[in-house]
Design a protein around this ligand. Structure first.
Ligand SMILES: C[S@@+](CC[C@H](N)C(=O)[O-])C[C@H]1O[C@@H](n2cnc3c(N)ncnc32)[C@H](O)[C@@H]1O
Length: 211
């Protein structure tokens, strides 16, 4: 029963097969490796196809049930992982804004995809020099761009069916489309979604410089 539910949830999550794995693969080209924290993951275990050590965090009951099916999740990951040794997969059923039972800082990559202001709630768990992988769907990339502890290190663009990270011409990104628009913390919180920028990469990689 749990097995069937796990497979079904994964099929729904993976409705564009390989897409998320490709995004994480592009991020891994820039990332030096180490433990990964993925708050607001839901059931996106594609991170474990690419990264050997991932801690997932979500407050959703279905995510908790999914990740509790260790055999089912391991089967899916083992069928797709790009590394040799079995992956280390942890799940914390919690609000990521609460105090998480993890080392602080203990992670080299923080994933923030479609899950609110993860950069703000979980920055403390990221080591200085570590990377934040964020998109701008909920304004998190914009929020990170306002944070002096983060600097833009690369962007990830989609070309045809695959993703590519680049560190070229970074000053051309995060420029508001609306001329003269000033992006503020208050604006991002009020709208709860990203402002429109002149360029829209699929994701951004910010390096934590301090904090
Ligand atoms: C739209 S889904 C995105 C899932 C995944 N990141 C992806 O890109 O496919 C957002 C997820 O974030 C979780 N989430 C949002 N706010 C959260 C919070 N404060 N603490 C824990 N989980 C949260 C929700 O429960 C949901 O599973």
């Amino acid at each position: 029963m749990a097995e069937v539910r796990t497979e079904q949830l994964w099929r729904t999550q993976n409705r564009h097969p390989g897409d998320r794995e490709s995004l994480f693969g592009a991020a891994s080209e820039v990332f030096d490796g180490g433990p990964v924290l993925y708050p607001g993951s839901y059931v996106d275990i594609a991170a474990s196809f690419v990264f050997p050590q991932v801690t997932y965090v979500d407050s959703d009951r279905r995510a908790a049930q999914f990740l509790a099916d260790r055999d089912g999740v391991t089967r899916i990951v083992d069928g797709n992982r790009r590394y040799e040794e079995p992956g280390e997969i942890e799940f914390i059923h919690a609000d990521y804004r609460s105090d998480l039972p993890v080392p602080e800082p203990g992670f080299d990559l923080l994933v923030a995809l479609y899950a609110g202001f993860v950069s703000e709630g979980c920055k403390r768990y990221l080591r200085p020099g570590g990377l934040l992988l964020a998109n701008n769907s909920h304004g998190d990339a914009g929020m990170a761009s306002l944070d002096p502890d983060f600097e833009l290190a690369a962007v990830i663009n989609k070309r045809d069916a695959s993703y590519l990270a680049t560190s070229r011409d970074l000053d051309r990104y995060l420029v508001p489309k609306k001329e003269g628009q000033v992006v503020t913390d208050e604006l991002l919180r009020r709208t709860n979604r990203g402002v429109a920028y002149t360029r829209s990469p699929s994701a951004y990689l910010f390096r934590k410089t301090a904090g």
